[in-house]
Design a protein around this ligand. Structure first.
Ligand code: BES
Ligand code: MN
Ligand code: ZN
Length: 492
């Protein structure tokens, strides 16, 4: 087990394999780095100068101390431009520290003991350092025969970190890494029933109540969107319901996550290359389960209900067909013209159910449309909000966690493009603006509950390992959801 603790000892006294310090762009040493440079008679600054160290995010120099310090090595990581660290711009500074810590994690995997001197006195930077390090240390190698196991590490956070900073950092990072593990698991190993069990175990171990509805119970409830999408697969669908009900909490919010454990497109089959990454289509569900499971440890004082529709979208003999009509939970109908627009079909049931629970607000996370990726690229999630206050909250939460989001419009006059000839709505609009049509479809099912939809189709995966993001599933949404829930709790 990797452990994280804190110490107020100065960096020059840290008896550890590696002590990690930062330097800003332009070789400007932070206070801790300057202290080590002094103890090394200027050797650190000289080394950075000789190697042309730029101080950008991603830069890192491992320097042996040659016995002149208790630490065997100093790792200097770039923190980017200096301006980012002043308190007035603290949010940007947090993500710089998080990224630098993630870079440090990649460079220090072989060392058992690490001291992080990256917190800079700005509140929240100790948490960011812990988070970044644990996120950057993430590996998924259980299917590698010759994986070099990453050593269990003892991480000491230097500076003015509090116990709470450390607990928050480890809790949010471990939650995200659980989401990554669950998404990384091959779809064949975690079809809906198994995904639901994995999630239930996680949630119950954390102290939540969890309930799984099977296909019979889904039929009894009229959850025909989830059943319809799942009917082309031999692996039947599930609905997972999680409840976090801390004593004394009165405020109540809801979270929904798209859990397509594999998206082949169904009869509207995807081309082979597009299918390669479609085990990731459960990223919204994984993030929601991960975030909810972190709430007891964080002591969030708000009631949260979460629901994740889980189905495998396959083109089997019983599969739903283009032209079929679904009667969703609550009675609204949709005409399925493209079976690959399945996310909105399962979410329709889940959102209608959640709306009936009467939360004060609800949020959904979904890898919903390729169009969203075309619009904002691979690193930014688009969100749609039914109220400006909610939009502001989610934007604030995202800038705190470093997860990038950008608001998209819910223009009402576009709704007529998803009018169906025979049902209440059809599941595709035109190709152009596809993410908006998906959001407008969902909006029909949320009733009057204030709602935010986050389309994470792009950032749910990263094409390359960089700073605290691994190549592959990122766990996007986990930390954002935790942060948003805590904001709601604080607002009462
Ligand atoms: N899961 C996909 C969306 C997706 C695409 C996520 C690429 C991540 C990367 C979704 O179910 C889908 O297939 N959407 C279709 C909708 C279309 C048929 C209206 C799409 O975006 O092509
Ligand atoms: Mn699809
Ligand atoms: Zn999908």
């Amino acid at each position: 087990m990797t452990s994280v603790e804190r110490s107020s000892a100065p960096a020059r006294d840290a008896a550890t394999d590696v002590v990690v310090v930062g330097a800003r762009a332009g070789q400007e040493l932070t206070h801790a780095a300057a202290e080590l440079d002094h103890a090394l008679d200027g050797a650190l600054a000289a080394h950075l100068k000789a190697t042309g160290f730029k101080g950008n995010i991603g830069d890192a120099e491992l320097i042996p101390t040659g016995g002149r310090l208790p630490a065997a090595y100093v790792l200097v990581v770039g923190l980017g431009p200096a301006g980012a660290l002043v308190p007035a711009n603290a949010e940007a500074g947090h993500d710089d520290v998080r990224k630098a810590a993630g870079v440090a994690a990649r460079r220090t995997g072989r060392f058992p003991t690490i001291a992080l001197a990256l917190a800079n006195g700005v509140s929240g930077t100790a948490q960011a350092a812990v988070e970044g390090y644990l996120l950057g240390a993430y590996r998924f190698d259980r299917y590698k025969s010759s994986a070099e196991p990453r050593a269990d590490q003892r991480i000491t956070v230097l500076g003015d970190a509090t116990e709470a900073d450390i607990r928050r950092g480890t809790t949010t990072a471990e939650a995200t890494n659980w989401a990554r593990d669950t998404i990384n698991e091959p779809a064949g190993a975690r079809p809906p029933a198994e995904f639901a069990e994995l999630a239930k175990e996680r949630a119950e171990a954390a102290g939540l109540t969890a309930e799984i509805l099977d296909e019979t119970q889904l039929a009894e409830k009229g959850m025909n969107g989830i059943l319809g999408v799942g009917q082309g697969s031999r692996n039947p669908p599930r609905l997972l319901i999680l409840r976090y009900e801390p004593e004394g909490a009165t405020a109540h919010i809801g979270a929904v996550g798209k859990g397509i454990t594999f998206d082949s497109g169904g009869l509207s089959l995807k081309p082979a290359e597009s299918m390669e990454t479609m085990k990731t289509d459960c990223s919204g569900a994984a993030a929601v389960v991960a975030a909810l499971s972190a709430l007891p440890a964080l002591g969030a004082g708000i009631k949260v209900t979460a629901v994740t529709p889980l189905a495998e979208n396959m083109p089997g003999g019983a599969a739903i067909k283009p032209g079929d009509v679904i009667r969703h939970y609550g009675g609204r109908t949709s005409e399925v013209l493209n079976t690959d627009a399945e996310g909105r079909l399962v979410l329709a049931d889940a959102l209608a159910w959640m709306s009936e629970q009467r939360p004060e607000a609800m949020i959904d996370f979904a890898t919903l449309t390729g169009a969203m990726v075309i619009a904002l690229g691979k690193k930014v999630a688009g969100f749609f909000a039914s109220s400006p206050e909610l939009a502001e909250q989610v934007q604030a939460a995202a800038s705190h966690t470093g997860e990038r989001v950008w608001q998209m419009p819910l223009f009402e006059d576009m709704r007529k493009q998803i009018d169906s000839d025979i049902a209440d709505v059809k599941n595709i609009g035109t190709r152009w603006g596809g993410a908006i049509f998906a959001a407008l479809f969902l909006k029909d099912f949320v009733g009057d509950v204030p709602w935010i939809h986050v389309d994470i189709a792009g950032p749910a995966r990263s094409d390359e390992a960089e700073h605290y993001l691994p190549k592959g599933p990122t766990g996007m949404g986990t930390r954002l959801l935790i942060d948003w829930i805590e904001r709601r709790a604080a607002a009462g």
